[in-house]
Design a protein. Structure first.
Length: 277
């Protein structure tokens, strides 16, 4: 079986991109760009265990990141109804319809309509891509949700530490940033790389490589960066870099008043040398 990243993308019907509990700017940029590149070819979604903070607002499409993993399972909750009041629950199929019946104990009332709450949970995608992270515990939402039946893979610049009871394939490459790696994977998988995705990846490489000063920066990093620029990507201005100081907080020496230019400045001048006897 071909387990290359492009083949996994090609064979998947739906893809869930999952960020870690504490993602870096580079990881969010990379995951979001992969999601955008899948948009016209796959049923894709991107999830984060926690809401995005203001630092990620300059990334294109950040509003597409949700905290939901899927709707594989239907959960029925009887709010404010004591479980001990229930005698038994029966399930029947009448024709093509499924019926669930809650039978209370003798002398007690059954749950009322307004007490019934429906919710969905569980990973519905058949391919889950973990972005970044150091070990599988960094993806707490995946540990809480039902992901049975889904193939789980990891993409990062270092190997993911995985618990013995889990099977996770990891695609790693020690490059300058995760955004650099995702750019390579997008290209190898023949996915769409538009201006929005390229812009996010440019910002991710700049952040992840510490403005090209990181030890893993190579000639390939600059080739990838150039490819993103040619694909329509733009360099984003970082917010918050311009600092405002209270008046008088930075002492400066008084500046002399500018002198006016002499009237004869542009007139021809004759200079006489000094004779030496």
């Amino acid at each position: 079986m071909d387990n290359t990243f492009p083949s996994l993308i090609s064979s998947a019907n739906s893809v869930l991109i999952l960020l870690s509990d504490k993602p870096s700017f580079d990881q969010v940029a990379a995951g979001l760009s992969l999601y955008l590149s899948l948009g016209d070819k796959k049923d894709a979604s991107i999830s984060s265990p926690k809401p995005m903070t203001v630092e990620f607002n300059r990334l294109v499409g950040v509003n597409k990141i949700t905290q939901e993993l899927g709707n594989k399972n239907l959960t029925i909750l009887f709010k404010d109804y004591p479980a001990e009041n229930i005698e038994r629950v029966s399930a029947d199929v009448e024709g093509s319809e499924f019926k669930l019946t809650v039978i209370p104990k003798v002398g007690l009332t059954s749950p009322q309509k307004e007490q019934v709450e429906l919710s969905s949970s569980g990973v519905a995608s058949d391919l889950v891509i973990l972005v970044g992270g150091d070990n599988d515990s960094d993806f707490s939402s995946l540990n809480k949700e039902d992901s049975s039946g889904a193939k789980i893979v990891h993409v990062g610049i270092k190997q993911l530490l995985v618990s013995p009871n889990k099977q996770i394939m990891s695609y790693t490459l020690p490059v300058s940033s995760l955004s650099e790696l995702i750019t390579v994977l997008i290209k190898e998988s023949n996915l769409t790389l538009d201006g929005d995705s390229a812009t996010n990846l440019i910002a991710g490489i700049e952040e992840g490589s510490d403005n090209f000063t990181g030890e893993a920066v190579s000639a390939d990093t600059f080739e990838v960066f150039a490819h993103l620029l040619r694909s329509g990507g733009q360099r984003l201005q970082k917010s918050g870099l311009k600092r405002e100081y209270p008046k008088g907080s930075i002492p400066t020496a008084p500046q002399p008043a500018p002198q006016s230019t002499p009237k004869d400045w542009f007139e021809p001048k004759i200079y006489k040398g000094t004779s030496v006897s």
